[in-house]
Design a binder for this molecule. Structure first.
Ligand SMILES: *[C@@H]1O[C@H](CO)[C@@H](O)[C@H](O)[C@H]1NC(C)=O
Ligand SMILES: *[C@@H]1O[C@H](CO)[C@@H](O)[C@H](O)[C@H]1NC(C)=O
Ligand SMILES: *[C@@H]1O[C@H](CO)[C@@H](O)[C@H](O)[C@H]1NC(C)=O
Length: 427
């Protein structure tokens, strides 16, 4: 591409020197020709990951027109070759968008134990190894926010709730567990070839994809290719950062993923006070009637089991496993997210900063003002639940709360003003 830029400059200079209308026109034609050739290369070359920025804008515009041409015939049912061409063009367009998002990015270059120094080092389609992060948690634990924070990082591909098609069920092991982990691995490897159930479910439950904003933008423009493995696999393979959040799988089951040296995945366990989780679930219409969602005993048995798994994983994979409490993150979102990004091997990019600026309220008084503020989401349960309800939860959740450092409310006035956060340690 630099050679082409030089050629263009040369042609312009030649036109200026001669000063003749005829040769100016000639040089304009030759420049147009060079540009067209260049665009063709951009459109049809798969090798061109790091497209230069100078031609980005015009290349994208041209691609947009090309794609529009193909797209307009989509409704009439494009034949196989038309569809393949459309997929190729959309993938080529996204390749440029990824390169644009990554302009000026601070590559790890050895920080966070990641050696990557260029986009190609991270992009699967170019033989690179993406940064893969998984958040394990359960329903109503603040993971939507955390997932969206991760997705505010440049060029992130967000595998939102890969087990959405399992319905309101916790996966704790057995054949279901094996199937769940294999789905998660397939997605983290951008292999959509055997995910029919996942994809069929998504067609009627589009929020499977809507949180994956970069994918969803293309899906809205090209609904006919959105759910096709032939599109999703190459599209996913463009992205240097792959994140996933899962609310339906217990922590012990991710150990085999952590153990896989080719996956190099980092896993975060996000924990929330069971009183807050259960209060929040009360307001969801999909929860009642599903014991894995409604029963405090099940939630807290999972919290105890997760603690045991967290102990084991944090000693075995100290650099690739971490546990964090939702309340700690909410009380100090900037510090919390910065630490998490460090752990995940992600740059605390201005786009992340901007996301936090618009999605969190600064709590001037720090911890104490936050937990005293009844409006602050993590502590809402203290006003919303009766002391009777809280006592019932505390009765079955005593061990879980002890392990994760949540203090008990002793009476109803205490409940409304105490700081529920004690210490927890994974040692
Ligand atoms: C870095 O990664 C290698 C394997 O990829 C691992 O053996 C080593 O413990 C890691 N070191 C740190 C500090 O994360
Ligand atoms: C993708 O997954 C399928 C089914 O599990 C498998 O047969 C195939 O080898 C995988 N492809 C790649 C490139 O790993
Ligand atoms: C509630 O508990 C607190 C803390 O133990 C105690 O100081 C207070 O007297 C109790 N209030 C009532 C009404 O029992």
């Amino acid at each position: 591409m630099p050679e082409l830029a030089r050629l263009l400059r040369g042609a312009q200079a030649a036109g200026k020197r001669s000063g003749e209308p005829m040769s100016r026109r000639y040089s304009a034609y030759s420049a147009a020709l060079v540009v067209s050739v260049c665009l063709l290369i951009v459109v049809f070359s798969h090798q061109l990951g790091g497209a230069g920025t100078a031609l980005d804008r015009s290349a994208l515009l041209d691609l947009g027109r090309t794609i529009q041409g193909w797209s307009s015939s989509e409704d009439d049912g494009v034949d196989g070759s038309g569809r393949a061409a459309l997929i190729q063009a959309v993938v080529a367009e996204q390749r440029l968008l990824v390169a644009r998002e990554m302009a000026g990015y601070r590559y790890p270059e050895g920080r966070y134990n990641i050696s990557a120094r260029s986009l190609a080092d991270l992009v699967p389609e170019q033989g690179g190894e993406p940064v893969r992060n998984v958040v394990i948690t359960t329903w109503r634990s603040g993971s939507t926010f955390l997932g969206d924070v991760l997705n505010s990082h440049p060029a992130n591909f967000y595998h939102y709730e890969p087990l959405l098609d399992y319905d309101i069920v916790q996966v704790r092991g057995g054949p279901l567990g094996a199937r769940a982990v294999s789905t998660m691995r397939a997605l983290l490897n951008c292999n959509y070839s055997a995910l029919d159930h996942y994809l069929d479910y998504g067609k009627d439950h589009v929020w499977l994809f809507t949180h994956n904003t970069r994918l969803w933008e293309q899906c809205q423009r090209h609904p006919h290719i959105c759910w096709l493995p032939a599109f999703l696999t190459p599209f996913c393979r463009l992205f240097p950062f792959q994140s996933m959040k899962v609310v339906r799988l217990r922590l012990a089951l991710v150990e085999e993923m952590l153990a896989d040296p080719r996956l190099k995945v980092r896993v975060l366990l996000l924990v929330r006070d069971p009183r807050g989780t259960l209060q929040s679930r009360k307001h969801r219409d999909w929860c009642p009637g599903n014991p894995d969602c409604m029963e405090p005993a099940r939630l807290c048995a999972d919290l105890v089991a997760d603690y045991g798994a967290a102990l084991r994983l944090s000693s075995k994979y100290p650099d690739r496993f971490k546990a964090v409490r939702y309340e700690d993150l909410s009380v100090e979102p900037y510090r919390g997210v910065k630490e998490l990004f460090q752990f995940f091997g992600l740059d605390f990019h201005p786009s992340v900063q901007a996301f936090l600026d618009t999605h969190t309220k600064v709590n001037v008084g720090g911890v104490s003002s936050t937990y005293r503020n009844s409006k602050s989401a993590p502590f809402h349960w203290r006003q919303d639940l009766t002391h009777r309800e809280v006592r019932a939860i505390q009765r079955v959740c005593r061990p879980a709360m002890g392990y994760w450092g949540y203090r008990r409310a002793v009476n109803s006035s205490h409940q409304r003003e105490f700081d529920p956060l004690g210490e927890f340690r994974l040692a």
